[in-house]
Design a protein around this ligand. Sequence first.
Ligand code: URA
Length: 263
Amino acid sequence: MEWDAGPPPVVAHIFERAPLAAYRNLPERFRLEWGPIYYRGRLDGSARVLVIGQDPSADENVARRILVGTAGQRVQGYLAKLGITTSYVMINASLYSIYGQFDAQLRGFLDQPPLLQWRNQLLDTLAATSNLEAIIAFGKAAEHMVKAWPGSAPFKQAKRLFHLQHPTARVPQTLLGSWNDHLPKIAAVLAADVDGSVDLTPYALSGFTPSDLVRIPLRDFGFGAPKWMGTGDMAMRVNPGQTALSHPPTDASILWTALANNG
Ligand code: URA
């Protein structure tokens, strides 16, 4: 059984210096209590595709890895179509969960020098330590982040940089149309993993079906993660004042409350 061993020293060094203070200066836009969530996938140099998302949500908060809930399982399904089972690394534009949508205020936030420099250092390091064949940016925040990274130029020039709609974008037809259009283009520059098989059958534009979602491999989690982690939609946010949960808790449910100011 394989487990994620965590970041190697070169990446841990960068993560440990993340500009968390800047997030704390904008508490109305970030779920600071949940803490920062940094990545998922291979940081050991074996990643051949870099995936960029927007911000973590409830499932990510439990797993401490990004893109593990519904959005992540949609992305995992997309990678599976490209024959990618293992050789990926994923980061988000925001380390913390965002309140509301990615808007002008958050664009300005991401452009602040401490955030920009830190992110670009992380991206430079990922590019320098891995043989990246493609970069896939999902959604506007990821697009903004990649465009602000000088290191993206060679990928753009080589037609190895792809901007796709976010996996939870509201209009299925546009979202899946964007994913369908890019499938053959990405497959043309990204080799499949040895245990992967390429299937470029387009998605039905009416919406994702259960078989379009692929579980997150346990190897993406820390040692000892339970088998349910990375399947279904396990965690949900409970808003202040919300007494009745939409799905009644079962005996196996945990209501977990983060402490203010300790994220
Ligand atoms: N979860 C993430 O980690 N990132 C996204 O963009 C969406 C959900």
